[in-house]
Design a protein around this ligand. Sequence first.
Ligand SMILES: [Fe+2]
Length: 199
Amino acid sequence: MYEMIKLKYNYKDLEPYYDSSMFNYHYNVLYKGYTDNLNKITNEFDVDRKTDNFTNIQSLSKRMSFNANAYILHSLFFENLIPMPNKTLLSTELVNHIKKDFGSYDSFIDELNASLLNIEGPGWVVFGYDKFLDKLLITQIEKHQEMPLVDFIPLLVIDVWEHSYYLQYKTDKKEYIRNLFYILDFNVVTDRYNKIYLP
Ligand SMILES: [Fe+2]
């Protein structure tokens, strides 16, 4: 049974950067829907295995991919937010790794912003570590039912689906992105990184 992550902040605490009614809709309607669907689909898989009936496997796999990735990405996104005053920082080790793989920290931030602004349609921007390539990467995920990287560990997840900003920012995605940077929890990003590199 998959559960929605527990938040370490109240919706109101993210204002004015993230409107509480928009957050409520995002968390309690959309994210809850993906979580409920994931549990339902998991049960359907169990039934198919017990009855040895896999006639619906294609649609079931597609629904699983869409809802499981929506559940994972939203869980990570809500987890890597924090209210102001936000005093979180990336660790020195992670910053040094970023400098090695992106050339400089400024290049990393520029690439992150460019990825967020230029994603085609709805989607996600994820900064993470690819184990197979042994490299930190920023990737755009335009359709999360078609997760493009298979050995990729997300460190920072940013939702740029329209539903994540439209109620407050309308079409001003740039302003949403600018304000979102105030409430990103870099301690969480560092913790996720440490789980890869520290014993
Ligand atoms: Fe979302």
